[in-house]
Write a protein that binds this ligand. Structure first.
Ligand SMILES: Cc1cc2nc3c(=O)[nH]c(=O)nc-3n(C[C@H](O)[C@H](O)[C@H](O)COP(=O)(O)OP(=O)(O)OC[C@H]3O[C@@H](n4cnc5c(N)ncnc54)[C@H](O)[C@@H]3O)c2cc1C
Length: 181
């Protein structure tokens, strides 16, 4: 997830869109900042104002023989970490040039800052129907791994094998029950 500070929004205004999907590029999603005022955030006022563009990229890898989806996820995750900043920067500049170059955008002067957040972690593994077995109730690895151990209970989204906030809340609910029964 990469944020790019632009000197102004003129080229984006000429492009006349707020969100672009680029399925064949390193960043599949490019969006202008949301018009939110939450938490004192000030939305972009006009095309002359600086703006932060959000870019989302999720690398995909070509499958090799006998690789499961899990293997592919591992390799793609490794790619996120193994890619150096110079490469990310080049990808950002090339993509901006392709998107906005013909609207007068000059990546050398219009890009003021780039922040790359590599989220190779932070996502629990969800089982995949294609490759993972259908575990008997209580026998899935996450169910075995999260078993209560004396006064220790395990609550996090990993313990639910789901990469979402509601899974962490469900886990918290389960753990309170474990500790109070
Ligand atoms: C970029 C990104 C976007 C996401 N978007 C969404 C979304 O849109 N919707 C959604 O539902 N989910 C989303 N998720 C997933 C969601 O954020 C996680 O599933 C959820 O936060 C996991 O909650 P958790 O309590 O298990 O772990 P965490 O929220 O990771 O909490 C673990 C806590 O433990 C602390 N900690 C670690 N080690 C120690 C230590 N040794 N001592 C003390 N404290 C420690 C950490 O600082 C952290 O605060 C996203 C995740 C990422 C990374």
């Amino acid at each position: 997830m990469t944020n790019v500070l632009l000197d102004n929004g003129r080229a984006f205004e000429k492009l006349d869109t707020m969100q672009i999907q680029c399925p064949d590029d390193p960043y599949v999603l490019v969006t202008v900042p949301p018009p939110t005022t939450t938490g004192g955030y000030k939305p972009v006022e006009n095309a002359e104002s600086p703006m932060v563009v959000y870019m989302l990229g999720a690398p995909t890898v070509e499958p090799e023989e006998d690789e499961t989806a899990r293997d592919l996820l591992l390799r793609a995750r490794h790619e996120v970490y193994a890619t150096d900043f110079d490469t990310y920067e080049l990808q950002v500049r090339e993509q901006f040039h392709a998107l906005l170059g013909h609207h007068g955008f000059n990546h050398q002067t219009d890009i003021k800052a780039i922040t790359v957040n590599r989220w190779a972690h932070g996502y629990s593994y969800d089982y995949l129907a294609l490759d993972d077995p259908k575990w008997a109730q209580g026998q899935a690895p996450h169910e075995i791994g999260r078993q209560q151990f004396g006064r220790i209970s395990i609550a996090n989204s990993d313990s639910e094998a789901r990469a979402y906030l509601d899974a962490a809340i469900d886990a918290g609910w389960r753990v309170v029950a474990e500790q109070t029964h």
